[in-house]
Every structure is written in structure tokens, then in C-alpha cells.
Ligand binder design. Structure first.
Ligand code: QUE
Length: 360
């Protein structure tokens, strides 16, 4: 057992507390292996009316998956030590958990009171409710570590308004609460100082008296509701839709340069710092994702992880961002022109591991 996540019943509420505050509550395989069976049990327990998930500490909901541990396993395997099993098991079980949240038959309320990236987005975006605060900061930053926006990014990003999902996926842009509400990701906004009171209200509420538990969750949140402020995305929305609709990274960059604005120049600069392979794979992923069911999207992502684990940039990205922290990754291939269609296509091919399967 692990203390890194706490699953407890408080009256009608199943409460999940991600409990690695020093690691910004980054999600480990051990934590996944606690959360998934808890959700399965609570789904079938008539005494549980809703699930609330939050992060411990005052900084983060969840900074992502424990990609450092995956990196360690992959590096060890490359050195002929260990079987590297975590490089498949972590993603397989994380994506099954994402699906359990997507299909959870009761209100699932994520309290995004702090940093929410990658795997943390996967623990929240597929549920029914996301409460933001003035501390919420959400991003899908994986192109910066040689990965791609996974945990269901294939499904939810192409379904955001216009081409905002492609913009978020390629640039890893960090969004505050107001923009999350503009995009339809936020479902309520409360002061960070009221989060404990809100949790207590969820646990003390008379859910039996509520005809619609989903509306009831909103009504309880509304007791503390304040305005999330003014979003910044609307000002860039026409630019985003003009530029990020293009069908190649090179064309998106050219469109951004044509805009001739400070904002577009900054977006282009950010994109040029990301893994060229990740960028091209991610754009293909976004375009495929529009037409996929959730399950097909997760199967595709699992395929993509296994190609990434067999490649170079993930190891270099984690080295630069989380291990050496020099923030100077040396991508290989180093330029967009050197990433050919065959390399992209291999990311969507059936891996040795076989496809991701879903049990009962
Ligand atoms: C991109 C990412 C992640 C990231 C940084 C990126 C990510 C992730 C972490 C992270 C942060 C703090 C920790 C930790 C992991 O950082 O997915 O263990 O303590 O989990 O640029 O995708």
C-alpha cells in the first residue's frame, strides 16, 4: 500500500487526495493502482453519491504523470538493466483509469486548486465537474518533453472551440481559470481559501433529497462561486483559428509569422523550442482525434507511447526538464525538415506490446 494517495469515504462522498505535495502530486503507478479499484468500488456502491478528487499541499492538483520513473525504467532497459516494464505498464494503467473516469456513473468533481498538467488533466477533464480557483494553472506541456498530449488529449483537445486544442497541444500554453471557463473546461470557480469548506459541504449535503446529483454538485459549488475574471484567449481566438488550422507544423509557423504580432511571434518561438518529432506527431494526433471514439483515442495514444519509448526525444526531454534541469534539450532529429512521414507513421503502428485493451 502507498500513502501517496488517500481514498476515504466521508458520508456520501468518496474523497481522493493526491498526496505527494513535494512532487506536486505527480501521479505514480502505485497511485493509479489505488485510485482505479476505489473508483470501481464506488461506482457500484449506492451509498456513494459523488467522488471528489483534490491535491494535498498548497501548490498543485497534479503536475502530471510520474514521467521521471518511466524515464528511469526506459534508461535502465537501454543500459541492459531491467525489463523496462514500467514504460508500458504506466501508460496502459493510466489510460484505463482515464477511461474509468470518463465512464464514471456519478458526479466526479475535480478541485483544480493549483498546477494541473498532463496526467493531472487526465484525472480531471474526463469527469463531470472541474472547480477552478485563482491558483489554477493548467497545461498540456508534453511536446516540451518529447512526448505528446496524452491522457485523452487525442479526444478532448480536438473538441475544444475552433483550433484552441491544437494551439494548446503544440505550444503547451498555460491557462488560468478564466480561459478554462471560456473553453468550457471549468464548471465552477471559487476562492482557493474556500476549497476546504466546499469539500465539507459536499460531504455534509443531503444528496438523497437531490433529484439531479450533477446539478446538485453545481448548486453546492455555487455557494462559494465568484467570477473567474476576464479570459485572454478571446483576443487571440481569430489568430489561433487562422494559424492552427494549417495542415503542417511548417505551415502553422509560416501563418504565425505572417500575423506579424508580438503574440504570434511568441507562439512561433515557443513551438520552435519543442521536440520536432513531438510537434509533427501531435499535429497528426489532433487531426485523427476529431473522428475517434474515446476508446479508440486511448488505444491510439498507447500505440504512440510505445513508439516514443523506443525513440530519443522523450529521454532527452525528461533529462533537460526534470533530471539535469538545464532546459536545453538537444532534439534528434533537430529540425522539422528532418522528421519524415515514415517516422510519424510509425507512432500509430501496432506495438510489440499489442494494443491497449479494456476489461470489465
Ligand atoms: C511536461 C510534462 C511534465 C512535466 C514538465 C513538462 C509532466 C510531469 C512533470 C512533473 C513535475 C514535477 C514533479 C514530477 C513530474 O513535469 O508530465 O514528478 O515532481 O509529471 O514540461 O508533461
Amino acid at each position: 500500500m502507498t500513502e501517496d494517495v488517500l481514498c476515504a469515504v466521508h458520508g456520501p462522498i468518496g474523497l481522493i487526495t493526491l498526496n505527494r505535495p513535494k512532487a506536486l502530486n505527480a501521479l505514480t503507478l502505485d497511485m493509479i493502482r489505488v485510485i482505479d479499484p476505489a473508483l470501481r468500488a464506488w461506482a457500484g456502491d449506492p451509498g456513494i453519491r459523488a467522488v471528489v478528487i483534490r491535491g494535498a499541499g498548497d501548490r498543485a492538483f497534479c503536475a502530471g504523470g510520474d514521467v521521471r520513473a518511466v524515464w528511469d525504467a526506459g534508461k535502465a532497459r537501454q543500459a541492459g538493466q531491467g525489463d523496462g516494464r514500467l514504460t508500458a505498464d504506466f501508460f496502459r494503467e493510466e489510460y484505463r483509469l482515464n477511461r474509468r473516469i470518463k465512464t464514471f456513473p456519478k458526479p466526479y468533481i475535480a478541485l483544480l486548486d493549483g498546477i494541473t498538467m498532463g496526467g493531472g488533466v487526465g484525472l480531471s477533464v474526463h469527469g463531470s465537474h472541474r472547480v477552478t480557483t485563482e491558483k489554477t494553472l493548467l497545461a498540456m506541456p508534453e511536446t516540451g518533453i518529447g512526448l505528446f498530449p496524452d491522457v485523452g488529449g487525442t479526444y478532448f483537445l480536438p473538441r475544444l472551440p475552433g483550433y484552441c486544442g491544437t494551439y494548446l497541444a503544440l505550444t503547451g500554453a498555460r491557462l488560468q481559470a478564466a480561459d478554462l471557463h471560456y473553453l468550457g473546461i471549468g464548471t465552477g470557480h471559487v476562492p482557493s481559501a474556500e476549497i476546504d469548506a466546499l469539500v465539507q459541504d459536499f460531504t455534509r449535503a443531503d444528496w438523497d433529497a437531490a433529484p439531479d446529483p450533477y446539478k446538485f454538485a453545481d448548486d453546492i459549488t455555487a455557494r462559494y462561486e465568484v467570477g473567474a475574471g476576464e479570459p485572454v484567449l478571446p483576443a487571440w481566438r481569430e489568430t489561433i483559428d487562422r494559424c492552427f488550422a494549417a495542415d503542417s507544423i511548417e505551415a502553422i509557423l509560416a501563418a504565425l509569422v505572417r500575423e506579424g504580432s508580438e503574440w504570434a511571434d511568441q507562439a512561433a518561438k515557443t513551438i520552435l523550442s519543442m521536440s520536432p518529432t513531438s510537434l509533427k506527431v501531435t499535429l497528426a494526433q489532433m487531426r485523427r482525434g476529431v473522428e475517434l471514439t474515446f476508446d479508440d483515442a486511448m488505444r491510439l495514444e498507447f500505440r504512440m507511447t510505445q513508439a516514443v519509448m523506443a525513440g530519443h526525444d522523450f529521454y532527452e526531454g525528461i533529462r533537460a526538464v526534470l533530471v539535469d534541469k538545464d532546459r536545453s534539450p538537444r532534439w534528434n532529429p533537430a529540425g522539422l525538415d528532418a522528421v519524415d512521414d515514415g517516422m510519424i507513421g510509425r507512432h500509430f503502428a501496432l506495438p510489440d506490446e499489442g494494443d491497449l485493451t479494456f476489461g470489465a
